[in-house]
Ligand binder design. Structure first.
Ligand SMILES: Nc1nc2c(c(=O)[nH]1)N[C@H]1C(S)=C(S)[C@@H](COP(=O)(O)O)O[C@H]1N2
Ligand SMILES: [Mo]
Length: 500
């Protein structure tokens, strides 16, 4: 019996199992298929430094990559099961059994884990065994030719069946009832009209530079959710407990009843390298967090707010940053619209001056007022700093440095940010010459990035251009290069250009 036949059978069995479990998950309207649940476990078990390296290389393609990795691993293990099937049947069975148990454990470890998810995992195991049984049954009485033909026929039939089931599953999944229902509710919400255009003078409208106001579609997305939580606002509530005098539970309507305030806030990710684009600026509509915490009554000794999302992600925020008067919000809208689902619908936190991982909990459902000494949040467990104040930074957007530019006056432009403090100035230097003042755009407050521009008289040759921002306290950003781990990158942004 050829071992190629075994390996091919194992591969097909694994693909058929994935197709079947995905189709079952769609049919049973599971929030997460077993493959997604396993992917989430892989994400959870990935050490922080490795996660960082991966995001550094693949950026926001991390999610498809995680799913692709899981699928490839399953196919590889399927090949192994097939390889063992004829000579070591018990080993094959054991490996399939172990994989089913692991998948079931992954399903049950999730907040959305149900018995139906375990059923889909077990079904996948049964499909693997069934397909291998059909393909590799012992037909030693047949001639080699007959056996080969019957193998190929069965292989073809099973391949067609797999494609069919896989496609049917995709169609079913695209009609995911819950996602459609939540999208519908989101689309029909009539929230009070919010601001949605940039204040005058903020956007310098420089060719090649992105807009001052980031559209919801272009806003960077970073989170650990392979498929985002789907929450009907009428079912949503935020439970506030821990070191408080009054436990509170707030509903979506409670927040609306308080009236929404608009705040322009630029948020950024601690994983954003110097020059990177994990940063966005928009107007958020929400309810101030300080007022809510005041109602709850913070008890003496508490210094942290531990927030948890619907999918179990955790975040620790210094209470001082939530009560010092800055515009820390429980946001319901983003650029005038209900939050997009991937950005935290129906309610998320936004806190100016802190990186997202310590402040910007999306799909937030639980607040515990507590002490930093008493817990470790998701990214802190993985080696990131406990507190994450945003570091003063700048970025050069124009010229890109990709093409040579012409001699003469050239616009150099970018953005700079120091949320919570504000930007007092930006300077540019060429070839490590003297720092020259750039012109700043207008901004509505200290919590957004600022666009800047500088006219440079470009002379022929190769040049490096650097920028540095100074915050409103008069502190210039540091030129010392630091990696994003453990609490945010620093260093002057720089580009190399050739002038023809
Ligand atoms: N529930 C949840 N909220 C989360 C995260 C997450 O993984 N899960 N990631 C945080 C991080 S690291 C960042 S930088 C911001 C990004 O918000 P955005 O995706 O809306 O830009 O969300 C924060 N909120
Ligand atoms: Mo982040």
């Amino acid at each position: 019996m050829s071992s190629r036949r075994n390996t091919a059978s194992g591969v097909l069995a694994a693909i058929a199992a994935i197709a079947a479990s995905e189709a079952l998950a769609a049919l049973l309207d599971l929030r997460e298929s077993p493959v997604l649940a396993v992917g989430q476990s892989v994400i959870r078990l990935t050490p922080g430094a490795l996660a960082e390296a991966i995001i550094g290389v693949v950026g926001q393609a991390d999610k498809p990559l995680a799913i692709g990795g899981v699928v490839l691993a399953i196919v590889g293990l399927g090949a192994l099961v097939g390889h063992w099937w004829s000579a070591h049947r018990l080993r094959s069975f054991l490996l399939v059994g172990v994989l089913v148990v692991l998948a079931s454990a992954a399903v049950l470890s999730r907040p959305y884990g149900t018995a139906a998810g375990v059923f889909a995992s077990v079904a996948a195991g049964v499909v693997v065994l069934g397909v291998l049984q059909l393909l590799l049954r012992d037909n030693s009485e047949d001639s080699a030719d007959l056996s080969r033909r019957s193998f190929l026929r069965t292989f073809a039939v099973l391949t067609v069946a797999t494609v069919f089931i896989g496609a049917a599953g995709q169609v079913l999944a695209s009609r995911h009832r819950r996602r459609q229902a939540v999208e519908r509710v989101r689309g029909s919400l009539r929230l009070p009209k919010r601001t949605s255009s940039a204040p005058a003078g903020a956007d310098l409208e420089i060719a090649g530079q992105g807009p001052w106001l980031t559209s919801n579609r272009d806003f960077y997305r970073i989170d650990t959710a392979l498929s985002p939580p789907l929450i009907d606002p009428s079912q949503w509530s935020l439970r506030i407990h821990g070191m408080v005098d009054n436990e509170l539970t707030l509903t979506y309507q409670d927040l609306l009843d308080r009236g929404l305030e608009d705040a322009w806030i630029t948020i950024c990710c601690v994983s954003n390298p110097v020059g990177g684009d994990l940063i966005g600026n928009t107007v958020w509509g929400g309810v101030r967090i300080d007022g809510i915490l005041e109602e709850a009554g913070i008890q003496a000794g508490a210094d942290a707010l531990l927030s948890t999302s619907d999918d179990g992600w955790t975040c620790g925020t210094p209470l001082s940053a939530l009560t010092d008067g800055r515009n820390a919000l429980l946001a319901l809208t983003m650029n005038g619209e209900p939050l997009p689902i991937v950005h935290g619908f129906p309610v998320r936190q936004v806190v100016p001056g802190l990186y997202g991982y310590v402040s910007a909990t999306k799909w937030v459902v639980d607040w515990e007022v507590t002490r930093f000494a008493d817990f470790e949040a998701y990214w802190t467990q993985r080696g990131w700093g406990e507190r994450g104040p945003v570091k003063t930074e700048s970025r050069i957007d124009v010229p890109s440095g990709a093409q040579p530019i012409e001699t003469g006056t050239t616009t150099v432009a970018g953005v700079a940010w120091a949320q919570g403090v504000g930007i007092a100035g930006v300077e540019v230097r060429v070839d490590e010459g003297p720092w020259q003042k750039a012109t700043l755009g207008a901004v509505p407050n200290v919590d957004t990035w600022v666009q800047w521009t500088y006219d440079w008289s470009a002379t022929p040759g190769d040049h490096t251009i650097e920028a540095r921002a100074t915050n409103a306290d008069g502190e210039p950003q540091t030129g010392v290069r630091a990696d994003v781990l453990p609490d945010g990158a620093t260093g002057y942004p720089g580009i190399s250009v050739t002038v023809a």
